[in-house]
Design a protein around this ligand. Structure first.
Ligand SMILES: [Fe+2]
Length: 309
């Protein structure tokens, strides 16, 4: 191995014992992920979601975990304040990153077979055109390091997001209590916490944005995670045309969600437009970026009264 190649390997972190990128390993990892998707049933309450444990083979998970910790401790992490002015966490964006672990992640989740397998769990017709169009959202393909004691407002995500994925990578042992209290909370239509994706190592919580994909989380410990979103460039273009620095109006979010679901029906709503019309009317989004603003105490306890939108 020449000096230049050795230097490149050092810069990529491979010299620190992380895994190298190999096509044969990629194929093995792909088979593992496809098998895990296949074997995991979709949760239906309070809305369709997938919680997959052992999403990565151990070898790849350990390398991703190391990379996440390495980026936290040795690379420049930026503030992530898109959720709200008070909910600020740190992030390391992977858009231009060429570490082998990132290349595995990028290539695995851009693989047509893996995209189709995920989309088929949620969408009526995961046809080739949809599979080809869907891509990883650059801006939010990142490690997110959330400090303890934060609470993310209930929100639905924005319409261009076809699938939202949060991979839980604690980077240390977690107690059963921490796993329970730091997972993603799925709220029902009355904004009552209904189910949780537990914050356990090597697991992922996945759902599709729609009118009532209400979710959020609280952190009681430092909570590293990897976020990855599948977006459709055409829907993103339509979204970018209406949003401003505050996002978009609530009706615009609802309208764009409806337009998306008519063109790309979800199994959950089906192809009957009246279901979409009903969901449009019941949607509780009342703040930019698909957020539902309610008081914090009400978010933690069952919301008994209806909240005005
Ligand atoms: Fe979200």
């Amino acid at each position: 191995m020449g000096y230049l190649e050795r230097l490149k390997r050092i810069l990529r972190g491979e010299a620190r014992g992380f895994i190298p990128y190999r096509k044969a390993r990629f194929q093995a990892y792909k088979r593992h992920i496809l098998a895990r998707i296949e074997a995991t049933p979709v949760g239906r309450e309070p809305y369709f979601h997938l919680y997959i444990d052992r999403i990565f083979p151990d070898e790849l998970y350990r390398a991703i975990e190391k990379r996440m910790l390495y980026c936290r401790d040795h690379r420049k992490v930026r503030r992530r304040d898109q959720d709200s002015a008070v909910f600020v966490n740190r992030r390391f964006n992977l858009r231009r990153n060429i570490d082998p672990e990132t290349r595995y992640l990028r290539n695995l989740f851009s693989d047509p077979d893996i995209k189709r397998a995920f989309l088929s769990k949620f969408y009526v017709d995961a046809n080739q055109a949809l599979v080809d169009a869907i891509k990883i959202h650059d801006e939010e393909f990142e490690f997110v390091y959330t400090a303890p004691g934060l609470f993310q407002n209930i929100h639905t995500d924005i319409p261009p997001k076809f699938l939202s994925m949060v991979f839980y990578i604690p980077g240390r042992e977690v107690t059963a209590d921490d796993a329970d209290r730091n997972g993603t909370i799925f709220y029902d239509k009355d904004l009552v916490p209904n189910s949780k994706a537990k914050y356990l190592p090597n697991s992922v919580g996945i759902f599709a944005q729609h009118f009532h994909s209400y979710h959020g989380f609280a952190s009681t410990v430092e909570r590293p995670a990897l976020v990855l979103f599948y977006v459709h460039p055409e829907v993103e273009k339509a979204w970018n045309a209406v949003k401003d620095s505050e996002g978009a109006t609530f009706d615009e979010i609802r309208d764009q969600t409806a337009a998306k679901l008519v063109t790309y029906p979800l199994i959950e709503y089906g192809t009957d437009r009246s279901a979409i019309e009903t969901a449009w009317a019941e949607c509780r989004i009342n703040a930019p970026s698909g957020r539902v603003m309610v008081d914090k105490p009400k978010m933690l306890e069952p919301a008994r009264e209806k909240l005005a939108v």
